[in-house]
Design a protein around this ligand. Structure first.
Ligand code: NI
Ligand code: MN
Length: 227
């Protein structure tokens, strides 16, 4: 499976011949000016919550990819379904089998509302369990003991994508603890540097993981990683 970074918390996961886009937010990201949001092609869109830095380009991408299925918590499904987009509802704790593998919706500790003020349910994370590997996207979240449930209820993780920017989410110190809860060696950082509140020291962040025998990967925007 292949992971491509489009900045902030926006990733494309390619597995089983399918393209899965997470948290489409590109055009509002000053660091992602090299990415043309209209060039994004996907079969699925997984928004973790309703904040603009996670769904800012969702409708544009959905219009450009009319067959794409939006998978979100009930309230996010209802919001986009009412706009005529293709959706699949889930809620926390549940698994669903898609044509690329199965997905579990898991807890995240954060808030969630749409840019227009409407209720977006609660924030979530996703575990993707596929034939090519198992990956956890935490979404925006604080460190939470609930992360300990993931290795108890899911296959061993090959990779975890964790927010590390602090202020709005956990910082990289808490993300090191999260990686221990998750029994995961390889972490991809997200939700850092995009704007002033979340700028981090890359060297110090990677050293904090290395000290615990973990690897923190900070991807280049537009760059890809084989998992
Ligand atoms: Ni948020
Ligand atoms: Mn956010």
């Amino acid at each position: 499976m292949r992971l491509t970074y489009y900045g902030h918390s926006c990733f494309l996961l390619e597995t089983g011949g399918r393209r899965i886009l997470l948290d489409p937010f590109v055009s509002g990201n000053p660091l992602a000016t090299g990415i043309d949001v209209n060039s994004l092609r996907c079969d699925y869109i997984f928004p973790t919550h309703g904040h603009s830095d996670h769904v800012g380009d969702l409708e544009t991408v959905a219009q450009n990819n009319p067959e794409a299925l939006i998978v979100g918590i009930w309230e996010i499904h209802a919001y986009y379904n009412a706009k005529g987009l293709r959706t699949h509802p889930m809620n926390k704790g549940g698994w669903w089998n898609f044509d690329f593998g199965r997905v579990k919706m898991v807890n995240a500790v954060h808030s969630s509302s749409f840019p227009d003020g409407s209720y977006a349910g609660e924030p979530v994370g996703f575990v993707f369990d596929t034939e090519e590997g198992c990956v956890y996207f935490a979404g925006d979240t604080a460190l939470t003991l609930d992360m300990q449930l993931i290795p108890m209820t899911c296959p061993a993780l090959d990779l975890a994508v964790l927010p590390i920017g602090s202020n709005f989410t956990m910082d990289y110190h808490d993300a090191v603890v999260a990686s221990e809860y998750l029994h995961c060696q390889r972490i991809v950082g997200c939700h850092y540097d995009s704007f002033g509140f979340i700028k981090i020291d890359h060297t110090a962040a990677q050293a904090a993981f290395a000290e615990k025998g973990k690897e923190l990967v900070l991807m280049n925007i537009g760059g890809s990683l084989e998992i």
